[in-house]
Design a protein around this ligand. Structure first.
Ligand code: ADP
Length: 736
């Protein structure tokens, strides 16, 4: 009885193992998984048959149990055969053989169960050799040998297919087939032993579980894992980076081809004192995780420098305990060269940019100098001429000169923005004042064209904002000057309002609408492109460079704002600037009335200073005449010098109240002259204004840093000149 219990226990363990294997086969892809699952299901049935044999207490139940067992063997072999055909990639043959073999197996199964009636397969006899325990065993008849023959033919066929595969395959694939072959031979061998020795119970069924496990291992683990390991090994070896691995005891255990080739590594003897790891270790001890390594190598007889980056990585186990480390070595030679090239290109670009700035400064200087003479002389003619025709001609010269000056300023402004030199300099300002100043600026131009100019300002607009009012004013001026240019009848409305965006921030909204010629819808997209004038044919008669709006847009973006346009051709356009600003005081600007229009009248000097003496220094005679002529109405004592040396000589014995000094002069330039005059003593405290045609960005700051008290650009604007003098002349000598 004890033997039976042991048998049954082992059978049950085998069944459990098979269930476990079948479950795991469900998640195994592959056409053979189903055949294998079925074979194992019948293996469970075969084992159950054996359990019943062991538990049988009469011949009838023993016969039934044996029938189940023998029939199950048929189907195990049927599905195993199918599995082998699939596994050895004989799918076609499998599909062809499946129906006839299934019919044969079915017949054999029916024949086995008919043994009940005819006893043609086997007979049962009692074995009582173990005292106290009855075993029902079988003696075989003719039909059983037919059953055996069918099974063994199939098994032999399966073995043949595997053997052919073993011969045809290689490497790990050969091993995978050998594994399957061994498993099949094991089960067959055990079955043969059971039969020839007429053992009490068939122990070989237990090995179905072992066989299933082995097959499963072969399919699921052996091939994929080996394939993966060898692929990774190849990939690592083919890497264009070096890999060196050390174990926890600092022994080098691996170096890939790249590392071996480039650093002559001999794995067992390589250690932390060898390069490039030695260099990396120094950096690592300094707390870094990577190091640069430079090596001179000779290639085709030439010595070249190679650059590497060595990265250190710790290897840790699941519990984060150190188990070793590895170094990755990247060849950075190409990127270092690229970086150098980029650096060189950047230096070249910077040089080109400096050359461009110098060119612009020179051009601006060269154009401004004669323009100064033209506009200055023209201003003098305007003042002196009584003849209305002469005055009209002179007025035309003045307007054309202003356009030319605007053009030069635009080009300079644009290049300044492009060079990233325009900075936002925020300060407190009153937004309404900005609008009003713009109104005054355009008032006369609008009157001349018989247009109206309205201003509207939201009463609730905070009166103190923080932003760059000079840049906003520049943008507004650009837009309004366009509106004036492109409007023939009607007029222009400037409107200021705001949107709250936070506790102390608003979007300042400035809207300029005109009743001008308007812009076609297809042109609106290109409006802000630099040097782009839209609808050129129609605008040919209107002066412009196509830069104004590009500059305005760039400035808006610089302020994190935007500018929008809507327009109806023939009816007018509306430009809306949206500019984020900070609030300094929420006090509203309150109701505003339209400023009074100023009359167009010739310039009237803003002060006189008969006791003040001024020295004007310039190497161009006309410039001296212009400056002296413009200042004549102020009744100041004006002295002139045509060179640095002459100015120095005059300053050595005369004390002046103010000096206007040109920059670019032959022999001694303005700065040299200024330094000498300042050092002489007599005019050390005299304020000096730099009067120059050099209007390039950043120049004003440069001159002020050098000690100049003011900076004026040519062509001279009389209003600017007078206000600079008013600020710097001794107050007691000025009569307003
Ligand atoms: P421009 O110096 O030519 O005026 P801008 O950049 O200031 O250059 O303007 C680009 C083009 O946009 C102009 O040439 C003009 O065709 C069009 N434009 C700008 N403002 C207006 C406007 N208020 N009404 C009609 N067209 C305008």
């Amino acid at each position: 009885m004890h033997i039976k219990i042991i048998y049954i226990a082992v059978y049950l363990i085998a069944i459990l193992s098979l269930i476990f294997i079948i479950r795991s086969l469900y998640i195994t892809p592959g056409k053979y998984a189903r055949s294998l699952r079925m074979a194992m299901t019948f293996a469970i049935l075969a084992i159950i048959g054996n359990i019943f044999i062991a538990l049988s207490n009469n011949e009838q139940t023993a016969v039934l149990s044996y029938c189940i067992y023998f029939a199950s063997i048929d189907w195990i072999i049927f599905y195993l055969f199918g599995f082998v055909l699939s596994y050895t990639e004989h799918e076609n043959i499998k599909q062809k053989l499946k129906p006839p073999v299934a019919v044969i197996m079915l017949c054999d199964t029916v024949s086995i169960f008919l043994n009940f009636a005819f006893g043609h397969h086997f007979y049962i006899y009692r074995n009582e050799t173990v005292p106290g325990t009855v075993f029902f065993q079988t003696g075989f008849r003719t039909a059983y040998y037919f059953h055996l023959a069918v099974d063994y033919v199939l098994i032999l066929a399966a073995l043949c297919f595997i053997i052919v595969r073993i011969i045809r395959s290689y490497s790990l694939y050969r091993i995978k087939y050998i594994l399957i072959l061994s498993v099949l031979l094991l089960v067959v061998g055990l079955n043969l032993i059971y039969m020839t020795l007429s053992l009490l119970l068939d122990a070989s069924v237990i090995f179905y579980a072992v066989a299933g496990g082995l097959i499963c291992f072969s399919i699921k683990t052996f091939v994929p894992r080996n394939l993966m390991t060898s692929s990774i090994a190849h990939a690592v070896d083919d890497m264009t980076e070096g890999l060196i691995i050390f174990d926890i005891s600092d022994n080098c255990i691996y170096a890939n081809s790249f590392a071996i080739k480039n650093f002559d590594i001999n794995v067992p003897t390589y250690n932390y004192d060898c390069e490039p790891v030695a260099s990396a270790m120094k950096e690592i001890s300094a707390g870094r995780s990577e190091a640069d390594y430079i090596k001179a190598v000779s290639e085709a007889g030439n010595s070249i420098i190679k650059y590497y980056k060595v990265k250190y990585n710790r290897l840790i186990d699941r519990h984060e305990r150190p188990i070793g480390c590895y170094f990755l070595i990247e060849d950075t030679t190409e990127s270092v060269f690229y970086m150098n090239e980029i650096q060189e290109a950047r230096v070249a670009a910077d040089k080109a940019n400096i050359a461009k700035s110098t060119f612009l400064a020179n051009m601006s200087h060269e154009i401004r100098t004669p323009l100064n003479s033209i506009l200055g002389m023209n201003e003098l003619i305007l003042r002196l001429a009584d003849d209305s025709i002469v005055r009209e001609y002179s007025q035309n010269i003045s307007e054309a000169g202003e356009v030319l000056l605007g053009l030069i300023n635009d080009v300079l402004d644009f290049s300044k923005i492009e060079a990233g030199k325009t900075e936002i300099v925020p300060a407190e300002y009153n937004p309404y004042k900005l609008l009003r100043d713009c109104y005054y600026f355009f008032d006369q131009a609008v009157q001349k064209k018989d247009l109206y100019l309205n201003i509207k300002c939201d009463e609730e607009l905070p009166s103190k904002l923080y932003g760059d009012s000079a840049l906003i004013s520049r943008m507004l001026t650009n837009i309004v000057s366009n509106a004036v240019k492109y409007t023939m009848t009607g007029g222009i409305t400037m409107e200021m309002t705001f949107d709250e965006t936070g506790n102390d921030t608003i979007d300042l909204i400035i809207r300029v609408s005109d009743t001008g010629i308007g812009i076609k819808a297809e042109d609106i997209d290109h409006l802000f492109d630099s040097f782009k004038r839209v609808d050129e044919q129609r605008n040919a008669s209107i002066q412009g460079t196509g830069l104004g709006l590009a500059i305005t847009k760039e400035l808006a973006v610089l302020m994190n704002g935007d500018i929008l346009v809507t327009s109806v051709p023939g009816e007018g356009s509306t430009f809306t600037m949206i500019l984020p600003q900070k609030i300094l005081s929420r006090t509203p600007v309150g109701p505003v009335t339209k400023p009074r229009s100023s009359e167009i009248k010739p310039h009237k000097e803003s002060f006189t200073a008969p006791d003040a003496s001024v020295l004007i220094v310039d190497d161009v005679r006309v410039n001296l005449l212009v400056a002296a002529g413009l200042l004549k109405p102020t009744k100041m004592n004006i002295d002139i010098a045509m060179s640095g040396d002459e100015a120095i000589e005059k300053c050595s014995h005369t004390k002046y109240d103010l000096i206007l000094l040109d920059h670019r002069m032959p022999v001694k330039d303005g700065i040299e002259t200024f330094n000498i005059i300042s050092a002489q003593g007599m005019n050390t405290d005299t304020p000096v204004i730099m009067l120059t045609a050099n209007a390039i960005s950043g120049m004003e700051e440069e001159y002020l840093k050098l000690g100049f008290k003011g900076y004026l650009t040519k062509p001279i604007r009389i209003a600017d000149l007078e206000s600079a003098l008013l600020n710097l002349l001794p107050a007691d000598k000025v009569i307003r």
